[in-house]
Design a binder for this molecule. Structure first.
Ligand code: ATP
Ligand code: MG
Length: 259
């Protein structure tokens, strides 16, 4: 079943057409990869789906309903979460507080949400106690409970990436968009990230990821879409993508006659 799609999505910045008439589809409960060379328009497509940017034309459809141009916070509450290519954490807050903010984003009165999330743990109300437990559970998912009182900024890079994913999952999304989750990770961390992404899928969360690490993409994705110069040049299973001549050309370059 299709949970999310774009229809003819285009985003131009002046003369630069960052995303050009892209039909992108995401099937529920699967892992979808979005790949393409630097500057291909991958992050721009994520931004236009998740409400951080507004398409020049085209549509975004989630669970059969058009959501084009809906602001990011509302999109998040509808069940679409994301992480960023350049990690965006509340660096001066603790690990646990970062995840509690994700929990708060989903529930409660918006005016109270931030203030109450940041209150001292000494006087936890029952609602806050429940939030604490939920945040703790998400840290457990990433085996990071022992780090809950560390400041986010003091975590090693790989853990910062995990923390951002934990915060996104704490909003209890139907779909999570991960923008280069393995960037900056060493091979062991990348290996463990692969099994973590599968565990996220097994929770019933549909995963969409942008990734340059081809081993990771080919190993865990059910479907892959390839962008090049803003346009979609291929989509299919990993084996179809690996043997697609347009994809090989985009990644390896064609024989350069000028050389
Ligand atoms: N806010 C913006 N203003 C102007 N141009 C932009 C803006 N955002 C992106 N672009 C341009 O759009 C194109 C696509 O950029 P985008 O960041 O989406 O690529 P990407 O596929 O995510 O690349 P990378 O793999 O390097 O992250 C690039 O040419 C980029 O310079
Ligand atoms: Mg990008």
């Amino acid at each position: 079943m299709r949970i999310l799609e774009t229809q003819g999505l285009t985003r131009a910045y002046g003369g630069v057409v960052a995303v050009n008439n892209v039909d992108f589809t995401v099937e529920k409960d699967l892992i979808t990869g979005l790949i393409g060379p630097n500057g291909a328009g991958k992050t721009t497509l994520f931004n236009n789906i998740t409400g951080l940017d507004m398409p020049t034309s085209g549509k975004v459809i989630f669970n059969g309903k058009e959501i084009t141009g809906t602001p990011a916070h509302r999109i998040c509450r509808m069940g679409i979460a994301r992480t960023f290519q350049n990690i965006r954490l509340f660096k001066e807050l603790s690990v646990l507080e970062n995840v509690m903010l994700g929990c708060h984003f989903k529930v409660g009165d918006p005016k109270r949400r931030l203030a109450s999330a940041l209150k001292s743990y000494v006087r936890l109300s029952s609602e806050e106690e429940e939030l604490y437990q939920r945040a703790h559970k998400w840290l457990g998912f990433f085996k990071m409970e022992s780090l809950e009182n560390e400041l986010a900024k003091n975590l090693p890079y790989g853990h910062q990436r995990y923390l951002e994913i934990a915060r996104a999952l704490a909003t209890e999304p139907q779909v999570i968009f991960l923008d280069e989750p393995a960037a900056g990770m060493n091979p062991q961390e990348t290996e463990s990230l692969m099994s973590t992404i599968k565990r996220i899928r097994d929770l019933g969360v549909t995963v969409v990821l942008i990734e340059h690490d081809m081993k990771l993409v080919m190993n865990i994705c059910d479907n892959i879409t390839v962008l090049n110069y803003g346009g979609k040049i291929a989509e299919g299973t990993p084996s179809q993508i690996k043997s697609d001549p347009l994809v090989i050309e985009a990644y390896l370059g064609k024989d350069d006659e000028d050389e």
